[in-house]
Design a protein around this ligand. Structure first.
Ligand SMILES: Cc1cc2nc3c(=O)[nH]c(=O)nc-3n(C[C@H](O)[C@H](O)[C@H](O)COP(=O)(O)O)c2cc1C
Length: 245
């Protein structure tokens, strides 16, 4: 049942040595490609990293070596308007894609494609880990995989048969996410208190990587410092985010 598969998602970072065939990989990609796509641009590409040296380097550059070391599939998901640019030029026009809108189109398309891939893989019993860590060194990763203009590494994904599965992390309560008719920020203070208790209990009782932590503390640590300040310049170097005033 699809809903059960989706609700049992947990990130898997260690995999058995069971391989994933090319045929299965292509089935997963085909399913992923059927995600909706803004204006049908299909603004993504994926690099299947087969070369062991490149896989290792991708792990080092993204500072997530562990997941790549046992993964059956190591994939680099790229936001990509290079193909669309060539399509436009077939008709003697130039692509005008240097604004925030086109960057948004490409990143949303890639995320939907990636998440469809993740669900397809999980529905077949595989485990996945997204690796946003690729944005630690996007320029070096670009060079490693010969990524041209308009192709940016957005996230990687490792895939394989799980060695073990973590307990499912409790998500925010539905009432925190859903607003009826108008947005209500006043409800958050109470909800955060409750959610902190729930997440603390989860972190304290889980078998793997037990810690005394709440969700708001993880947000404090994650969001109170500037992250990856090199990203804007990198994204601009690929042709995006140039035209907006
Ligand atoms: C875009 C994205 C990037 C992520 N990057 C990393 C990463 O670099 N390394 C990692 O170990 N997990 C990464 N994760 C996994 C998250 O930490 C994980 O999804 C989150 O803690 C929720 O846990 P769960 O997936 O087990 O429910 C990433 C997830 C997403 C969606």
């Amino acid at each position: 049942m699809m809903l059960e598969v989706m609700k049992s998602h947990t990130t898997v970072r260690k995999y058995t040595d069971e391989a994933i065939s090319e045929d299965v990989f292509h089935q997963l990609i085909e399913a992923a490609q059927h995600a909706a796509s803004s204006n049908f641009v299909q603004a993504y590409s994926v690099i299947q990293v087969k070369d062991d040296k490149k896989k290792e380097q991708l792990g080092v550059l993204s500072r997530n070596e562990f997941q790549f070391s046992t993964a059956a599939l190591s994939l680099l998901f790229c936001a990509d308007l290079q193909r669309a640019k060539q399509a436009v030029e077939l008709h003697d026009k130039e692509m005008v894609a240097g604004n925030l809108e086109n960057y948004t189109v490409a990143t949303i398309d890639t995320a939907l494609f990636g998440q469809n891939f993740a669900i397809a893989a999980e529905s077949m019993g595989y485990g996945i880990c997204y690796i946003g860590g690729v944005r630690n060194n996007p320029q070096a990763i670009s060079e490693l995989f010969d990524l041209p203009e308009y192709v940016i590494p957005l996230f990687a994904m490792t895939v394989g048969v799980p060695v073990k599965r973590n307990e499912v992390k409790p998500r925010l309560p539905i009432e925190a996410i859903v607003h009826e008719d108008s947005y209500r920020q006043d409800k958050y203070q109470d909800q955060l208190k409750t959610y902190d208790e729930i997440t603390k209990a989860y972190y304290m009782k889980r078998t793997n990587n037990r810690k005394d932590f709440t969700w708001s503390e993880t947000m404090r640590d994650f969001l109170s410092v500037e992250k990856r300040p090199h990203l804007l310049e990198f994204v601009q170097s690929k042709g995006y985010l140039q035209n907006d005033k």
